[in-house]
Every structure is written in C-alpha cells, then in structure tokens.
Design a protein around this ligand. Structure first.
Ligand SMILES: O=C(O)COP(=O)(O)O
Length: 219
C-alpha cells in the first residue's frame, strides 16, 4: 500500500470516548420529557454511531418520524450542546497520532453522526479542532454514513482523492462509508463501541492499539 495522503476519522468511539456523555445526556433528555426510563452505559453502547435521531428511536422503541422520537432527539441534541464534554476524553494514543500526522503535514478530517452543534463543542473542548481541515455532521446537509458523501466533501477540502485516503472508525457505518467512498484502506479502532463486522474482518486494518495506525506511514 502506498503512503496515505490524508486521514478521515469518525468521532465517537474512534477519536473520543463519548459514551459516558451520551449516556448522561440521553438520561437528562429522558428526564426533561418526564420519562422514568434511564439508560446504563451498557444500554447506551449499542446505540452509538447511528446518530441522535436513531438513538432516540431505538431507546423509545418508536419509529423515527414519531412525535415522541422527534421530541427526544431534539431534547438530547439541545442538552448535549450544554454538556458536550463532561466525562469524555480522547482515547489513549489519539493525541499522539494526531500530533504525528500534523507534524508530517498530512491533513485530517472528521465525519460523525453527532448533531452539528454538539460536535463543534466536543471538538473544541477536547482540543481537537485545530487539527482538522474539516469536520462534518449530516445536519450540515449530507447523507448519513454509510453514504460516502461526507467523506467526499472532506477529500475535496483536503485536496486529495478518496483512493489516497484512509477512513478510521469503530462501527459498521464507518467501515461501509469508507468502502463506499473508495478509500485506499479502512482502519478499525478496537477501543470503540462495536466489534468489527464479521464480513469485513479480513478487509480492514485492525487497530488493537490506536497508534498502530502510524504503521501505515513511511518512516
Ligand atoms: O451516534 C452518534 O451520535 C455518534 O456518531 P459517530 O460515531 O459517527 O461519531
């Protein structure tokens, strides 16, 4: 494999351990709407990666377009903006990887299902914004992962082709988005919230340690 010219990272479960913030904010949103239901970390984990609207639908067991789903989605997004990084932090190795890529002049972008305003605050508060050429959420006007649209836009902004770019994620949405975009490789962060989808196991670069990503670079 030739040396990648750019990297695109998923946010939650890949760059940032956001699960405790997602849990806390989902519970605040449920409480604000009068539900008695509360989520444990374990309850919350399977719902990360598909975005806040899908999380609301899954948690309530109601269709996406249902009024209660919409109300929980909007409450969650608003509350997340007020509490973007109470517990979460970058995973071990993330800052080293970003510093190394930056020092080598390799551009980096971020594509997430997270609501846009929450994403901006999370990236700011965790000190990640200065590393990124571009960060996008579906609310910015793009189809959700696994559609490749946000990845294409990031490649345009970074001045590279998808075939010169590595996608790094921790869910099926990320893996499929990377392959749908025609990325040169898809890397899977094992510190994230899901196991690598079995049918992709032999096609992804697995990262037991996040800094293994740097092995894709020439010295
Ligand atoms: O489900 C979420 O909000 C997180 O999405 P992400 O894994 O694409 O960052």
């Amino acid at each position: 494999m030739s040396t990648p010219k750019a990297f695109i990272f998923d946010l939650d479960g890949t760059l940032v351990d956001a699960l405790p913030d997602i849990q806390a904010n989902a519970n605040r949103a449920l409480e604000s709407l009068g539900y008695e239901l509360r989520l444990s970390l374990k309850d919350t984990q399977p719902h990360v990666g598909g975005g806040a609207h899908k999380l609301a639908s899954n948690v309530l067991g109601l269709p996406m377009e249902h009024d209660e789903t919409m109300a929980l989605y909007h409450a969650f997004a608003d509350i997340y903006e007020q509490h973007p990084a109470e517990f979460g932090k970058p995973f071990p190795g993330v800052m080293h990887v970003l510093d190394t890529l930056k020092a080598k002049g390799i551009p980096i972008s971020c594509v997430t299902a997270k609501p846009a305003k929450a994403r901006i605050k999370v990236l700011d508060q965790m000190g990640l914004t200065p590393y990124l050429t571009l960060a996008l959420s579906p609310e910015d006007g793009f189809a959700k992962k696994p559609a490749p649209d946000m990845l294409y836009e990031c490649c345009r902004a970074m001045g590279v082709e998808p075939s010169e770019t590595v996608m790094v994620g921790d869910t099926r949405f990320d893996v499929e988005a990377g392959f749908n975009a025609g990325c040169m490789a898809v890397a899977f962060a094992e510190h994230g919230y899901q196991d690598v989808p079995a049918e992709y196991a032999d096609r992804v670069v697995s990262l037991p340690d996040f800094t293994d990503l740097l092995k894709l670079l020439d010295d």
